[in-house]
Write a protein that binds this ligand. Structure first.
Ligand SMILES: O=C(O)CCC(=O)C(=O)O
Length: 282
């Protein structure tokens, strides 16, 4: 078996810990890209007008449990080899979404995705949860590439004080396109990529995307991994262990990802879900 070669893995690891993100080039092979484009196009074409209107900002929000192909993506060998090269030897996986911006669509609002802010470990350098983002087309600011606030997973930014009072559903519908959550901010960095590159980021990182001004769909698949699941506090493990869903996945699909299923044996109470960082984030 030819193992995926990751260029400068130590630099990438350092970047991920300090800045909150890194890019591993050329992870998805063309054959997998083609299969993912086909399946995501089918799922997106089947969406209702109401579903589209509810997610105008992100474009779509379709669970990866809606199709078995995504179980293959969760254990895609080149991605697991990339994680291993960065030092993540025992990752677990919990969920993911197909997020697709239609042609001529507005920007995605600034947000961070971490929900464990009630636990002190969320204010340390340890990444509790990583996003793995696969864009299925080349991206630029013109067609809606990712943008991030470098270092915002560990350091407070003015956006942290703007976003809690912002109403998530209204931001998704883009009720007010002038809302600061769609604007430009200090420290913002564009992350243009080639189709099949892998963007790895800390779930606490503030991120958004540009609007899609092109005449083609811009699809990303985001998968959520827990690189140090066994080191997380037990209440956090319990919460992650209970995120499991079935939808379109069969027993065979679950067996396929068996090694990556986060299991918490204990009956302990789950950590309470809290998406807003406290004053401990300085
Ligand atoms: O659409 C994008 O480029 C980013 C998606 C995103 O923010 C997410 O998956 O959390």
């Amino acid at each position: 078996m030819i193992v995926m070669r990751v260029e400068k893995p130590k630099e990438k690891y350092d970047r991920l810990i300090a800045d909150g993100y890194c890019v591993v080039e050329n992870v998805l092979k063309e054959e997998m890209l083609e299969r993912l484009r086909l399946v995501t196009d089918q799922l997106l074409d089947a969406q209702t007008e109401d579903e589209r209107a509810a997610h105008r900002s992100s474009g779509s929000m379709i669970s990866v449990y809606m199709h078995p192909l995504f179980a293959e993506l969760v254990v895609y060998p080149r991605a697991l080899q990339a994680l291993e090269a960065l030092g993540f030897l025992r990752p677990k996986w919990s969920s993911g979404y197909v997020i697709s911006k239609p042609p001529q669509s507005p920007p995605l609002f600034w947000h961070q995705d971490w929900w464990g802010w009630n636990d002190p470990c969320s204010y340390t350098a340890l990444p509790q949860q990583l996003f793995l983002m696969y864009y299925l087309v080349d991206t630029t600011p013109h067609n809606g590439c990712l943008r991030v606030i470098s270092g915002s997973h560990l350091n407070r930014h003015p956006l942290h004080d703007i976003l809690p009072s912002a109403h998530g559903e209204a931001l998704q519908r883009v009720d007010n396109p002038d809302h600061p959550a769609y604007q430009h901010f200090s420290g913002e960095v564009d992350i243009p990529v080639k189709a099949g590159d892998l963007v790895i980021g800390d779930s606490r990182l503030l991120h958004a995307s540009h609007g899609n001004q092109s005449d083609k769909r811009r699809t990303v698949i985001t998968l959520w991994y827990h690189p140090f699941f066994a080191l997380l506090p037990i209440g956090m493990q319990a919460h992650i262990g209970r995120l499991r869903q079935r939808l379109a996945w069969s027993e065979t699909d679950w067996k396929r990802i068996n090694e990556l299923v986060p299991v918490c044996e204990s009956n302990v109470e789950s950590l309470k879900w809290n998406r807003n960082p406290g004053p401990e984030l300085k």
